[in-house]
Design a protein around this ligand. Sequence first.
Ligand code: MG
Ligand code: MG
Length: 272
Amino acid sequence: MGSSYTKKSDSDVAAMMAAGELTAKALANLKQAIKPGVSTLELDAIAEDTIRSNGGIPNFQLVPGYRHTICASINDEIVHGIPSEKTLQAGDIISIDCGAEVNGWNGDRAITVIVPGAENQSRQMLSDVTHGSLWEGIAALYLGKRLNHVGVAIESFVEKNSNYGILEQYVGHGIGRSMHEAPPVYNFGVRERLPKISPGLVVAIEPMLTSGSPETFVAEDDWTVKTTDGGDGAHWEHSIAVHSKGIWVLTAEDGGETELAKFGIKPIPPKG
Ligand code: MG
Ligand code: MG
């Protein structure tokens, strides 16, 4: 990690669009399938089928020791939940993380959904603030000078709008030929001087928030990250490219146009 990372050319970024689009498609299919009674293993199968039938590889299966296509984290689980026979209940808060590799390039995205059928305003608010903080971070990737600005933007948005905890042990990352590359992308301010934001920087920004204390532990399955106080978790993520003409949110269906309009930013697709 540290400040050196592999820069992507505009044609690299253009090539990454297919991986981002397929990742978005998988998550769109998952979102539609989320309802009471569905198991997270069934969701995993939907994601794998979407990715493979469109010529991609589920890149989570390439992570050593992991054999699933998604991570599915319910209620007090924040990230890295393993799909199982356990079924969703109305009002659960579920975060799903998924990625596709296409032509050797990677996409990585996460969404949080409140399982339909029962209102849960506090869970909805946790998801909404996490989602809002992700887009603050993406806007800072356009407006800021250093990657530090992304973390500061996320942290200040969360503090202004809530008392939620921000996970510190788990952070975003560069993305490209590998799903996880340098540099790290923090969800809070750090003293370390991070890289300047410049064309060729492609990152996954992924705030992970908790309704109470940000203290966590890893469950007995060696993967699932849970809150120590039993509070809820939420996780939103996008993969975003900075290129010579501007920025493009690779894993958003519209490149980020709708959300970034709120910041007066117009994303531009890269030309190869
Ligand atoms: Mg992810
Ligand atoms: Mg990621």
